[in-house]
Design a protein around this ligand. Sequence first.
Ligand SMILES: Cc1cc2nc3c(=O)[nH]c(=O)nc-3n(C[C@H](O)[C@H](O)[C@H](O)COP(=O)(O)OP(=O)(O)OC[C@H]3O[C@@H](n4cnc5c(N)ncnc54)[C@H](O)[C@@H]3O)c2cc1C
Length: 365
Amino acid sequence: MSRAKRIVICGGGAIGVAIAYFCSRRGARPVVIERHAVAGAASGKSGGFLAFDWCRDSALDQLTRRSFHLHADLAAELGNPWGYRRLATYGGYAIENDPALGPGPRPWLAGRVAITGRLGSPRTTALVEPHAFTMGLMRAAQAHGAELQRGVIAGLVRRPGGAVVGVVLEGGELVEADAVIIAMGPWSTLAAQWLPLPAVFGYKGHSLVFDTGETIPAEALFLEYQEASGEVLTPELFPRGDGTTWICAISTARPVPIDPADVAPDEGAYARLEAMCRNISPALAAAPIRTRQACFRPVTEDGLPLIGRVPGVDGAYVATGHSVWGMLNAPATGEAMAELILDGAARQVDLAPFAAGRLRALDPA
Ligand SMILES: Cc1cc2nc3c(=O)[nH]c(=O)nc-3n(C[C@H](O)[C@H](O)[C@H](O)COP(=O)(O)OP(=O)(O)OC[C@H]3O[C@@H](n4cnc5c(N)ncnc54)[C@H](O)[C@@H]3O)c2cc1C
């Protein structure tokens, strides 16, 4: 009987744990190595919004449609401890200094917010609580035999011919593997020191989580909001099944600190976000703020993720750069990576558009 493949997954975000889950379900032995905390970066702080067909004119379309279905399946199979729910989604706008016109059709929204149309129905849009989703998938993977190890990936173990056969942790420990996957979100760019990989950048986003109880119905909102200064923000507001409401705005290109624990907000960003929330919603103005948070989403030069083999290096794989759709696309990425590593090719989605070799590799110096 052949021995189960040992697969080292660098990074315990949604992408890493989804790969661990699908590999473990197939009888492999994945080990997730995480520096800070599972779901401790964007995968625990993001919006968790899912859309079936919002990538229809992009190379992401097939991945996204597959993933939307897998989210429903995973919630059903694993008891939905992450509040997966379908909901309608609307778009609109507001101007900070517009006089409030009295309550509109939605009493929880200020009268100055104009809803301009429906962007999605419960058939096409859904939501998960991302921290619970990422933790839940990690636990499900562990139930199938996956391991979680705390450690900082500091290098790779190579055979004389160049094949990757493990990782080196800070402190010197070696962890052997039949396959190594770089899934460290924006920190994946560190792996370009060891592998021919393109740059992965980080875009910072700020968000607040309010305890809104029953005051906000199950409707997601995408707004354009003009501040008194004239600057336009594009807030997204997602009411969750657990009685909280997540809202974000203010994305900035900032250097990513080496240690994910050191991610900090831009000066003044939370105050600006809180002022906006008071302005658009009396329900938010009255609700306690449970969490103020900032995180980086991973982005490549052309906006598409890197999913597949590292070109020219046996045993090395990459899965990162999912930008604004990492929570949505985690399941189909996990499934495809498990197929690629265990069967030699992905069957459900074509990974060709996501090949790392399409972009120029960083100079390892
Ligand atoms: C504000 C905001 C809102 C978003 N909203 C949505 C949304 O509504 N829907 C959606 O689909 N997507 C959304 N996204 C995008 C989504 O959150 C990301 O694409 C996704 O979380 C990326 O997951 P990841 O696993 O690649 O990276 P991460 O979540 O960043 O995980 C990477 C992990 O690697 C670890 N790591 C780093 N360095 C090392 C090292 N040296 N050794 C070991 N481990 C290391 C980190 O600690 C981290 O846990 C949003 C993103 C942001 C910023």
